[in-house]
Design a protein around this ligand. Structure first.
Ligand code: GLU
Length: 297
């Protein structure tokens, strides 16, 4: 796969990603991700989620299956991406090896319900922390901050940012249950909005001309641009802040604090940076710094 090298101009703030030049020989995202350290016989207070998961020796994690750079299921069934690496690091802290993770696809609209029904133990899936979601789930993190932007076909010169959407009459695709589907509404008329269940459906519709724009987080769109062989490009700058959290069952403060501790240790040990460099780092020059973690509640 040919990937385009991009420059991450604001690493810890809202990432501003600019197509810079072609980068020959970049590895596929996910290649060479270092195996996460797996704790040997860690001990946890009895009755905690950590004790239960560690004792069981396996964990079920919701993630995206169709988002290159963050969560992509390859043809041989492997999960690759920054989200899946972060998830493997947390599992490792529980003494759970990567092969003992059960991956469940977690489309945007289903993340809260998957956690509420107990079908997953945590969700690591380009999952923006916001108040509405925090009514139903708890969030550890944030572990990254993205920003919403637009993706168009490379020959499109009309769309320059969200303000240009209404006048252009463009069909704008995003995903049900996502923050982009809410954030884009002030910029478009109702009949311009096209909603699908996953971003890869939006990408395919952009490719075949059914829609003119895909809108979601810059790092998700960047994954599609990088594998489009020049067919797609980003348009305009990020216009929202999307702090990514790790969703866990509502009110499990001890588990949230454990996850935050794993993130802090990963930042200190270099595992966080290595996870980025092995995945999204294939198309961005600057490695982000772990954002300040929010208190658990
Ligand atoms: N981060 C945004 C959200 O959580 C968009 C990406 C996604 O849908 O996964 O809604």
């Amino acid at each position: 796969m040919r990937l385009r090298r991009l420059t991450l101009t604001a690493a810890a703030a809202v990432a501003t990603l600019t197509l810079a030049a072609c980068g020959g020989g970049a590895a596929d995202p996910g290649d060479g991700a270092p195996p996460p350290p797996v704790a040997e016989n860690p001990t946890f207070e009895p009755g905690t989620t950590m004790a239960e998961l560690s004792e069981a020796g396996s964990i079920t994690i919701g993630t995206k299956f169709d988002q290159p750079l963050f969560g992509l299921k390859t043809l041989d069934g492997e999960l690759v991406g920054f989200d899946t690496e972060i998830a493997r690091i947390i599992a490792g802290g529980l003494g759970i090896a990567p092969e003992d993770i059960n991956w469940v696809e977690a489309p945007s609209a289903q993340r809260e319900a998957l956690l509420e029904r107990g079908e997953v133990d945590m969700v690591v899936a380009t999952y923006t922390i916001n108040e509405e979601r925090a009514q139903r789930v708890s969030f550890a993190g944030p572990y990254y901050e993205a920003g919403q932007t637009l993706m168009v076909r490379s020959d499109n010169t009309d769309i320059t940012g969200p303000e240009s959407l209404r006048d252009s009459g463009a069909k704008v695709c995003t995903v049900t249950g996502s923050t982009p589907s809410q954030n884009i509404r002030p910029f478009i008329d109702e009949n311009q909005l096209v909603l699908f269940g996953t971003y890869s459906e939006c990408r395919d519709s952009l490719g075949n001309g059914q829609v003119d724009v895909v809108t979601t987080d810059n790092v998700i769109l960047l994954g599609y641009v990088s594998e489009s062989d020049g067919a797609f490009k980003l348009a305009g700058e990020p216009f929202t802040k999307e702090p990514y959290g790790i969703g866990i069952p509502k009110g499990d403060v001890a588990f949230c604090e454990f996850v935050n501790q794993q993130l802090t240790e990963a930042a200190e040990s270099g595992a966080y940076a290595a996870a980025w460099e092995a995945t999204a780092g294939a198309v961005s020059e600057d490695t982000p710094i772990l954002p300040e973690l929010a208190p658990c509640s």
